[in-house]
Design a protein around this ligand. Structure first.
Ligand code: ZN
Length: 290
């Protein structure tokens, strides 16, 4: 009887430990998109880091066709660095198709340009994000999405996109902190849950831009650069579609030099970003990565 109980407990323990260690990928049709479930309320997406160019798929003929170099590597490294901190993993959703074949960060018309294979991959990509959101909200009550990109604008800086163009971010503090303005951005749930003002979260001393800048990665919006100059990526389709209801988050555009250009630099930035995320999520949402 006692031995049986012991065995049962061991079995239960093994089951409880499983989600943090086991990373079984789920794939879409032809392995064009991949979902790696995690156990944290954090979902990292990589739409523009894919390399596959299936010969049967025509190239897209309009929109941006160039990939964001090394962003899939950076996304995987960030997840690995988060796991090193506390043994837990974010959920990952990755597009393996090159951007010339599919752009998951656009509505389907521009994303797939009528190609049935691309349309299927686009649907599966966003269905995986929905699946991750539902799993995370069920387990943790809310979800945080980060859409991982790389930009090549002049001047080295990380661009954080909360769905507002610079013309909106340059308005008065009163306008930025008004409920109707907050509702237009991707941090509405974060404002509600943290109890902080919107301007604190956009460019205050504990904003994402401030924390990344403190690690040596110049960022905007931040206390140093509260209003980005153009060109600037304000966040796209994925953040607009998925950061609603009980989900919040932002688009991250990493500049290339010192962040994406070499394996050592990618590793260093991924580690710094993991450390910053731990501070940010625990400080604003009481979410522990450990
Ligand atoms: Zn991109």
């Amino acid at each position: 009887m006692k031995y049986g109980l012991h065995l049962l407990l061991l079995t239960l323990l093994a089951f409880v430990e499983l989600p943090a260690q086991e990373q079984v990928s789920q794939f879409g049709t032809k392995k064009h998109v991949e979902y790696i479930p995690g156990d944290l309320p954090l979902i990292l997406c990589s739409p523009h880091g894919g390399a596959l160019k299936p010969s049967g798929m025509p190239d897209r003929t309009y929109g941006v066709l160039g990939a964001d170099a090394y962003t899939q590597e950076l996304t995987r490294l960030t997840a690995a660095e988060i796991q090193k901190l506390g043994g837990h993993r974010p959920h990952l959703v990755l597009s393996h198709l090159h951007r010339s074949k599919l752009d998951p960060n656009r509505e389907v018309k521009e994303a797939a340009q009528g190609n049935p294979t691309a349309i299927t991959a686009w649907k599966e990509y966003h269905a995986f994000i929905e699946q991750a959101r539902q799993a995370v909200i069920k387990q943790h009550g809310m979800a945080f999405v980060i859409d991982m990109h790389g930009q090549s604008h002049k001047g080295e800086r990380v661009e954080l996109g909360y769905l507002h163009p610079p013309s909106e971010l340059s308005q008065s503090i009163e306008v930025l902190n008004a409920a109707e303005f907050i509702a237009k951005g991707s941090l509405a749930l974060l404002v509600k849950r943290s109890g902080r003002s919107y301007t604190e979260l956009l460019h205050g001393p504990r904003s994402m831009g401030a924390l990344l800048s403190a690690q040596g990665y110049r960022s905007t919006p931040s206390p140093q650069i509260p209003v980005p100059d153009e060109p600037y990526f304000k966040g796209g389709y994925t953040i607009a579609r998925h950061c609603t209801g009980e989900t919040t988050g932002f688009q991250l555009e990493a500049n290339r030099s010192r962040l994406r250009d070499t394996p050592a630099n990618r590793q260093k930035f991924a580690h710094a970003f993991a450390v910053v995320l731990e501070d940010y999520l625990s400080g604003h949402l009481k979410i522990s990565l450990r």
